[in-house]
Write a protein that binds this ligand. Structure first.
Ligand SMILES: *Cc1c(COP(=O)(O)O)cnc(C)c1O
Length: 385
């Protein structure tokens, strides 16, 4: 059985996002003066990159940068040619990992305009991560302005083919030259952009998941609800071990009891029952609150399906899959939107799922909203160009 904690129905980030007003794009962009790139990628090079669209290997001609210091706060906002950062080997981030990041996408619509999805959610989450990592928060207008100006300069890197986008990666690092242990006194915010095709090359074909009982992603009081590089660093060994067993992704359990489903290394999970009801692990402070997760909860609510944000014991789940009570599972995140889970295995169990009806409907609806082919009834899209 599952139990629900109803007071975590909407977590703080979604509420914060809903209360925001996003700035005018032109006004926000003007905060980031541009230094032109006199040596951009050649036409041939650009054409080859747009042909390939592999995830995260090619980048635009520009990046957005801003600096923060104790004395001056945020300053020197600019969009400059994409290129190496100058960093002291004593930079704090290289030693104690004061780093946070975000991921969102810019989509080219049929009329040539370029839009991004719920950027205010990512802004709220970056600042949530910043607070946890003792880093400075960045104003909403700077976050939005950096993305608008960079995408405007990198417009030719926004692909137009189906299921493609310009992946935007804003991040912040402690770049103070100091190896003592304390929150740094100097930080750099950077946003880069990478043209991408579908995240999982197989498209809607399901992924296989290894449920780890040897490793946990996050612990109570830890950094699991912050989007910080360290969470990913610690997931690489379990990911490699799972790959050696033939699995594509790892699902983690709660560190306290090692019995309840939490999430994958970079994606949240949903469970669909035969009766059409839907569950997702409730937010406990050890899960990362995904913007895709929140949007899916809303889209399902629109269809009259109230997602049960619940404690989901692995033992119950495996039995429910075996018994046919649970017919479908999917993982979700910005990179892939949704992807069906076809196989779930761990110590002592190995079960398969072949349902993808709800997954397919969500992919079609969310994908359509993002591409401008389905009405955006919640005002989620923000025009960049
Ligand atoms: C980024 C991330 C997600 C997905 O978040 P989205 O906002 O939906 O892209 C889920 N889990 C973890 C651990 C993440 O880092």
């Amino acid at each position: 059985m599952t139990e629900t904690n109803s007071d975590s129905k909407w977590n703080s980030l979604e509420a914060e996002f809903r209360a925001q007003r996003l700035p005018d794009a032109d006004v926000a962009a003007s905060r980031f003066p541009v230094i032109p790139n006199v040596n951009p990628a050649s036409e041939e090079d650009h054409a080859a990159a747009m042909e390939e669209l592999a995830f995260g290997v090619r980048f635009g001609d520009y990046m957005a940068v801003a600096d923060w210091s104790v004395e001056d706060g945020w300053h020197d906002r600019r969009v400059v040619p994409f290129g190496p950062l100058q960093l002291s080997p004593a930079a704090a981030v290289l030693h104690y990992s004061q780093e946070i990041f975000e991921g969102l996408k810019a989509f080219r619509w049929a009329d040539g305009s370029i839009w991004t999805f719920r950027p205010g959610f990512n802004a709220a989450r970056l600042n949530h991560s910043a607070r946890r990592m003792a880093m400075p928060e960045i104003p909403l207008d700077d976050f939005i302005g950096s993305l608008v100006q960079m995408v405007r300069m990198d417009e030719r890197w926004v692909p137009g083919v189906p299921n493609s986008s310009l992946y935007l990666r804003p991040f912040m690092i402690a770049d103070e030259e100091f190896v003592g242990v304390r929150p740094a006194h100097h930080y750099k915010y950077v946003a880069i952009a990478s043209p991408v095709g579908p995240y999982f090359k197989g498209g809607m074909s399901g992924v296989s998941i290894w449920v780890s009982t040897d490793f946990n992603r996050a612990a109570p009081g830890g950094t699991g609800d912050a989007k910080t590089g360290g969470n990913y660093a610690s997931s690489l060994l379990p990911q490699r071990l799972a790959a050696e067993k033939g699995f594509e992704q790892v699902c983690y359990l709660d560190a306290e009891t090692n019995t309840n489903l939490e999430e994958l290394g970079g994606m949240n999970v949903f469970v669909v029952k035969k009766d059409g009801s839907v569950l997702t692990p409730r937010l406990t402070g050890t899960l990362l609150e995904g913007g895709t997760r929140s949007a899916i909860i809303q889209l399902l609510a629109d269809r009259g399906i109230e997602v049960d944000q619940a404690t989901i014991p692995l033992a119950w789940l495996v039995k429910a899959i075996e018994g046919g009570e649970v017919v479908e599972m999917f993982a979700c995140g910005t990179a892939a939107i949704v992807t069906p889970i076809a196989r779930l295995a761990g110590d002592g169990f190995d079960v398969t799922l072949d349902g993808d009806e709800v997954t397919g409907q969500i992919l079609e609806e969310l994908g359509g909203i993002q591409r401008g082919t389905i009405p955006d009834r919640h005002g989620w899209m923000y025009q960049l160009v």
